[in-house]
Design a protein around this ligand. Sequence first.
Ligand code: FE2
Length: 236
Amino acid sequence: MSTLGQRLAELNDSLTPAEQANYKLILGLSAGHLAQENSVGESRQTVTDTLHQLCPYEVDKVEGLQYRGRPDFMTDELLHKLQNEARSLESDAIPYDEHYLGYGGSVADQVAVSNELTEMVTAIVPKSAPTGIASYLFYRDPGQGIIPHVDTDIFSLNILLMLEHQTVEGDPEPSALTLHYPDGTTEAVDLEAGEIAVFLAGTQAHSRTPIKSGEKVSILTFGFMPEGAPIENYRR
Ligand SMILES: [Fe+2]
């Protein structure tokens, strides 16, 4: 007998593409809400199972980090170039509640479509392809961060490069990318500058814990999508 998660996943097959997008949004909002409440009941497990079944990527384990580390191509020289580009774009970055958004950096745009990044990501998540979109995110106002959520298509495969993290001296718990699991546990991923984290943000609930006064985080994210997917779904 199939589980409720399997039946909910099967329902997806009978929907039109527009309905599927809505269905995914509802499931993602539910998963984010249940993670915020840190519910550990059957509902959260079922929503998580359904999202896992609908995951468009073929990986051994959908949950958790797919990769964390500093790849060889992220040399000190390249990291410095990206850090400098981030600083040059920061003053014109667009303010949002959760962070500031900067884009249009030529170095970041080159990395976004580079063979090095594509080879690295496709070795971790097969049949994925770059969207060519690179976004600088700056968390610098106290309280900025993102509550637990699951992303829609645009960030469904998240490639996140830490550029700079200025912490408050002696702070035992600096802001961190945090993964939220359906059993109620969380995993803080406190990245060093130059480190990359890869995870399936369209499936795995995640947050950034709030920035404190005097703290600052600058990251660069690269968009990837399932190979052959309609690019319109992966642009802002
Ligand atoms: Fe996200």
